[in-house]
Design a protein around this ligand. Structure first.
Ligand SMILES: Nc1nc2c(ncn2[C@@H]2O[C@H](COP(=O)(O)OP(=O)(O)OP(=O)(O)O)[C@@H](O)[C@H]2O)c(=O)[nH]1
Length: 333
C-alpha cells in the first residue's frame, strides 16, 4: 500500500480554462499537504505535459472552449503506455458524470466543490493509482527475474531462445547468416573444489562481464548452465567472421582472474554453429553448437570448433551417418 508520504508526493496536474478555478483547486490541494502540484489553462498542452511528467493524477475540467475534457482524454488514451488513465473529471454538469466515466475518467468531482468529497476522491484515486504503479513495477521486476540469471544478470535460456528466434527471423528476412557460440569453461570444477563455491561464483561473474565487454551491443550473451554460456552473433558474413570473435573470447577468458588475494587461471572451449548452414531452427542450432563444443573439449579444450555441415544424402551411401557433427573443424588458440 502506498504510504501517506508517497500520496502527498504524487504528481498532480490541474487543467481548467478558468484561472480562479485553478487557484482554488491548487489552494485546496496545498492545504491538504500535496507537494507536487502544477497546472495549465491550455488543454492542448495536457498530452505533451503528461508525456513528459507522467502524472499520477490529472484533475480535468470537462467544459473548456478550445478542446474539451473528452477530447483531452481521447489524446491521453493514445499516449498512456500502461493503459491507466489517471483522470479525475471536474464538472458542473450532472449529465457529464457518466459520460466522463465512459470516456475513461476514473472518477469525477462535482462543481461547486464539496471540500470533503474533493479530499476523499483525490486521496482514494491516488491510493489506487500508486498501488497500480507498484504492481506494474513489481510485475516488470518479476518478468526480468524470470528471464535473467540471478548470479550474473545475463539473459537465461528462456530469453536466449527468444533472442535467437528474433535473430534468425531477421537473418532469414535479409538473407544473412547468424552464429551461435556455445562456451563451457575448462577446469572450473577444481576452482570450486579448491577455493570454494563463493570464489567460483565470483569467477563466473567476472567471466560474464568479460564476455559482455568483448561482444558487440547487438549480440546476446546468456548463461545457460553452471559454467556454460551462449553468445548469439547477428549479421555474420561467414564462418571466419564467427571464428574471429571466438578466438578473441578464448584469449579474454584466459586472462588471469583476481579474487581477493587469489590469482586464478582458466580457459574456455567454444562450439560454433551457423544459421542457416548448420541448422535452421533455434533448438537445433544450439544443439549443433553444443556438439561442436563437445568436439572442442574432446580434442584438448581451450579451442573452438565449428559444427560440420550436414552430409549430402548421396555421401551417406553405405555409411552410418554421424549424429549432428562428425569431425568438426577445430582451431587451437
Ligand atoms: N560456483 C558455482 N559453481 C557452479 C554453479 N553452477 C554449477 N557449478 C559447478 O560448475 C561445475 C561445472 O562442471 P564441469 O563443467 O564438469 O567442470 P569443469 O572442471 O569445467 O569440466 P570441463 O568442462 O571438462 O573442463 C560443477 O562443479 C558445478 O557444481 C554456480 O552457480 N556457482
Amino acid at each position: 500500500m502506498p504510504s501517506p508520504d508517497e500520496i502527498l508526493n504524487a504528481k498532480i496536474l490541474v487543467v481548467d480554462d478558468c484561472a480562479d478555478n485553478i487557484d482554488l483547486m491548487i489552494e485546496i490541494l496545498r492545504d491538504a499537504g500535496y507537494m507536487n502540484v502544477s497546472s495549465t489553462m491550455l488543454p492542448e498542452q495536457v498530452c505533451e505535459l503528461h508525456r513528459q511528467h507522467c502524472y499520477d493524477l490529472i484533475l480535468l475540467d470537462l467544459q473548456m472552449p478550445e478542446l474539451n475534457g473528452f477530447q483531452v482524454m481521447k489524446g491521453l488514451k493514445e499516449i498512456e503506455q500502461d493503459g491507466y488513465l489517471p483522470v479525475l473529471a471536474l464538472t458542473a454538469q450532472p449529465s457529464f458524470k457518466i459520460a466522463a466515466l465512459e470516456a475513461g475518467a476514473r472518477d469525477f468531482i462535482s462543481k461547486p466543490f464539496d471540500l470533503l468529497e474533493v479530499h476523499k476522491r483525490i486521496h482514494n484515486m491516488l491510493e489506487v493509482r500508486l498501488l497500480y504503479k507498484e504492481l506494474a513495477q513489481y510485475s516488470k521486476k518479476q518478468q526480468e527475474l524470470a528471464l535473467h540469471d540471478p548470479l550474473t544478470g545475463l539473459p537465461n535460456r528462456r530469453l536466449l531462445e527468444d533472442r535467437i528466434a528474433t535473430t534468425l527471423q531477421h537473418a532469414a528476412r535479409h538473407n544473412r547468416k547468424a552464429a551461435v557460440m556455445y562456451l563451457d569453461l575448462d577446469g572450473f570444477k577444481p576452482i570450486n573444489d579448491t577455493h570454494g563455491h563463493a570464489t567460483g561464483d565470483e569467477i563466473l561473474k567476472q567471466v560474464a562481464q568479460r564476455l559482455v565487454n568483448s561482444s558487440r551491443k547487438e549480440d546476446t550473451v546468456a548463461r545457460v548452465g553452471g559454467d556454460e554460456f551462449v553468445i548469439v552473433l547477428a549479421e555474420v558474413a561467414n564462418v571466419a567472421s564467427a571464428q574471429e570473435p571466438a578466438s578473441k573470447l578464448i584469449e579474454v577468458v584466459s586472462e588471469p582472474y583476481k579474487v581477493g588475494e587469489l590469482t586464478l587461471n582458466l580457459s574456455t572451449s567454444i562450439g560454433i554453429a551457423l544459421f542457416p548452414d548448420h541448422a535452421q531452427d533455434v533448438n537445433q542450432l544450439i544443439h549443433m553448437a553444443d556438439l561442436a563444443l563437445y568436439d572442442a573439449k574432446r580434442s584438448g579444450k581451450n579451442r573452438h570448433c565449428v559444427a560440420q555441415l550436414p552430409l549430402a544424402p548421396d555421401a551417406l551411401d553405405g555409411a552410418t551417418p554421424a549424429v549432428g557433427v562428425g569431425a568438426a573443424q577445430q582451431v587451437t588458440v
